[in-house]
Design a protein around this ligand. Sequence first.
Ligand code: PBG
Length: 332
Amino acid sequence: MTTASYPALRLRRTRSTGWSRALHRETSLSPANLIWPLFVTEGRGAEEPIGSLPGVSRWSVDGIAARAREAVALGIPCIALFPNTQPERRSETGKEALNSDNLMCRAIREIRDACGSDIGVLTDVALDPYTTHGQDGLVDDGGYVTNDDTVEVLVGQALNQAAAGADIIAPSDMMDGRIGAIRAALEREGHGNVQIMSYAAKYASAFYGPFRDAVGSAGLLKGDKKTYQMDPANAEEALREVALDLAEGADSVMVKPGLPYLDIVARVKARFEVPVFAYQVSGEYAMIEAAAAAGAGDRDALVLETLLAFRRAGCSGVLTYHAAHAARLMAQ
Ligand code: PBG
């Protein structure tokens, strides 16, 4: 050995026993770090498995309330809701998003009845589950998603969700200026304590495929979302997005997708020192499930290692379809 410090310094020394590894562990993971995304569908007593997301189902609102109770029991502090709007309720302008009795609002109220304030309800703001073209906003004659008109509708959607009892408004649309507009409207309408978690750095990613199946927009989507979601090549631009959303009043920011963008998480955390979340998206979930099914890795170990990686990178929490499973593993 030529290294001067050897053998006085042996980094294997602290790794040599379980108790010592526990003592030196730098990062912790608990159910409190998880947000569980859930898909809502019409009916009562309905469970619809999603083919491209093995192990994940859409639930009718009674089932969603049951999942919320399950989350509370597992120590998961927050659930995120996504509606699978009936085809006849979708339109060019996505106006169902403004209906105070839409699937999302009914689910929020049923969760409140079941769990009171024992759980946080995070709601997605974007028009894609409500439009016939599958885009997140209003589309002009040339197929371009218009910004300022869309923001006006998103403000209405956010107020509708807040009035139904949402705790955290999470705009996932990537329009410019929407955080400031939504914050101002929430304050004006008496929802001062409703939080905003902005999908600040959301990339135009190939990892969203199964999600679009789950909310029924996959077959509808024409084109892509590259004129509003970010270019996967860009990192500086993510920092600018985060800076703007914070200045406009975001309480916390999200990076999405998750694992392929941990460099963004780490840079955002280092630069801004604010609560950062990441979304381990549907395609990432599907990759882990496919790897496990193919015998290419141990499912439980893959799940926990990836979640720990988010924490190490600087995340306060992670939106993951594995939330309930992971919480159960942690309880063992
Ligand atoms: C849409 C939205 C998407 C996701 C969350 N909100 C898909 C998209 O942008 O097309 C993806 C989540 C996932 O893949 O798990 N506003």
